[in-house]
Ligand binder design. Structure first.
Ligand code: LLP
Length: 440
């Protein structure tokens, strides 16, 4: 919509019961709920800013992928980086998920809540240390997604040292364009990720002579928040061709890892998640028809983004010149996506007030102009003390939070079956200062 000659981005649809979000207004006047739980009640109980997640939706999203690929041997390896809360990892592990990790720390998290899932882990990442490799070799993970020849040499050396054969997959760069934000696009030759697919054959062959390495699979990841299924199909097609070439050379791979990256609709709660997953699965299936091994996929955002909201309290509403600013107690340190990627998040008042929508900027209190959640957004009237829910914040929200401005990171609550439970208490100043050393 246009307002005073400017393009105004508004929420196209309010959360409703047909929404792909768990956040909805059950009845006029009762405010915003997560499933059966009132956000107003949660804010009173746990304070703000507060991350609230629907465990029910996360479980449902996992099962969408599991059902879409049930015709073939597969494993959904949740990308831990999207939201690494232990309670969420446990919920997913209990439902059969595997995990895609990118650090020793993420592996430690998985081992802490679901040691039995160690055999369902893949290790991605463009730079792994010897200590991280050792941890993963000892945990006997499925495979290492190797991104360079140097890394493969290090993996072989560590495997030899620990006397544990290392299963590896080369992460190939398929040179496929995915239409997404440049910071989260990874599948072009000029990106730092993966190994040029044209060089992969030679590297697999070279590794054949090393008794500590097992060529186990091949992996690809072309980027994140990709809305169309087409580039996934194109990337996997190139991978399938490589699998065929390798087979002819006598190297039979057991797995193809198609990566993560399936995007959500940040502008609408009305988007059809089941249809999206079906379309994605169809594109991959079509490209991988000739492969009989195990398919691995690494979704992160799609499982957790829409399940989460960041609930914040309005501290002040002020006018500066022509602009109205709504200042909240949440800030860019709690959710950095708008500042970092100009990302859009729908924002809803927890208890909408009657009256006409006004165009405002929703911002945090940090002294940086990048500290914003929305620019020029039409919002129902807001007053100090009101609560707002910043939606679709379950992925890369808390996971990318920081203590900038010596701000304590939010508490986190998981809602399952009508019950809300604290899964991370709010940080305290003691937590924050603990690692520091004052000098005499
Ligand atoms: N696998 C690998 C190797 C990855 O690098 C990523 C994400 C994923 C899987 C999961 O991708 P997803 O399904 O979540 O799109 N902080 C950014 C997103 C960074 C994504 C990095 N890699 C954001 O807030 O949009």
């Amino acid at each position: 919509m246009f307002f005073q000659g400017k393009l105004i981005v508004t929420s196209h649809s309010s959360p409703s019961s047909s929404s792909s979000r768990p956040f909805h207004y059950p009845q006029p006047g009762r405010g915003l709920y997560c499933g059966k739980v009132s956000l107003d009640g949660l804010a009173r109980r746990f304070g703000t800013p507060l991350y609230v997640y629907s465990g029910d939706q996360i479980a449902e999203r996992l099962s969408l992928f599991q059902r879409a690929f049930e015709g073939r041997e597969h494993l959904v390896c949740y990308a831990v980086k999207a939201n690494s809360a232990l309670a969420i990892l446990k919920l997913l592990a209990d439902r059969g998920a595997g995990f895609d990790i990118v650090s020793g720390g993420e592996l430690e998290r998985v081992l802490a809540v679901a040691p039995e899932a160690a055999g369902r882990v893949v290790f991605s990442g463009a730079g792994k240390t010897a200590a991280e490799i050792d941890l993963a070799l000892n945990a006997n993970i499925i495979e290492f997604n190797v991104e360079s020849e140097v890394e493969l040499a290090l993996l072989a050396a560590r495997a030899r040292k620990l006397k544990r054969k290392a299963r590896f997959a080369l992460r190939v760069n398929p040179d496929v364009f995915a239409d997404t934000h440049p910071y989260i696009s990874t599948g072009l030759r000029e990106h730092k990720f993966g190994i040029d697919i044209r060089k992969a054959l030679g590297i697999y062959k070279g590794a054949g002579g090393n008794r500590w390495l097992e060529a186990h699979g091949v992996s690809v990841h072309i980027g994140s928040q990709i809305r169309s299924a087409q580039p996934f199909g194109a990337a996997v097609k190139r991978v399938e061709k490589l699998v065929g070439q390798l087979k002819r050379e006598g190297i039979e791979l057991k797995s193809v890892d198609a990566g993560g990256g399936l995007g959500i609709d940040y502008h609408s709660g009305a988007f059809d998640a089941a249809a999206k997953v079906a379309e994605y699965a169809a594109a991959i299936e079509k490209s991988l028809a000739g492969f009989e091994g195990r398919l691995l996929i690494e979704p992160g955002r799609f499982l957790v983004a829409q399940a989460g909201a960041l609930v914040a309290k309005v501290l002040a509403v002020k006018r500066n010149g022509k602009k109205t600013f709504v200042i909240t107690d949440a800030a860019m340190n709690d959710l950095i996506r708008p500042a970092l990627y100009q990302a859009h998040h729908d924002i809803e008042p927890v208890k909408p007030r009657p009256g006409k929508a006004r165009v405002v900027d929703v911002v945090g209190p940090i002294c940086e102009s990048g500290d914003f959640f929305a620019h020029d957004r039409a919002m129902k009237p807001l007053e100090p003390g009101d609560l707002v829910a910043i939606l679709d914040a379950g992925a890369y929200g808390m996971a990318q939070s920081s203590n900038y401005n010596t701000r304590l990171r939010p508490a986190e609550v998981l809602v399952e079956g009508g019950k809300a439970r604290l899964i991370r208490r709010r940080e305290t100043m003691a937590d924050l200062l603990a690692p520091e050393i004052t000098l005499p």
